[in-house]
Design a protein. Structure first.
Length: 71
């Protein structure tokens, strides 16, 4: 085995590791969306008026929905 083959196998292993990390991240992101959707349905549709937004957001910003969305 020469130097070119060694670097090829090392880069292949690094590539497989990053693909695995990316796959796990994609699965976690999809699971997060599955958790967030019922939370949005529970809260309801947001209003279109600016003043109504302040009334709408009162009591709805302390839940995990915002933090889960940010994560």
């Amino acid at each position: 085995m020469n130097l070119d083959q060694t670097s090829y196998y090392k880069s292949k292993a690094d590539e497989e590791q990053w693909l695995r990390v990316g796959g796990i991240a994609a699965i976690l992101l999809a699971l997060g969306y599955l958790v967030i959707f019922p939370l949005y349905f529970q809260v309801g549709a947001p209003p279109s008026d600016g003043h109504a937004w302040f009334k709408y957001l009162r009591g709805k910003t302390s839940g995990g929905q915002l933090w889960l969305s940010l994560f």
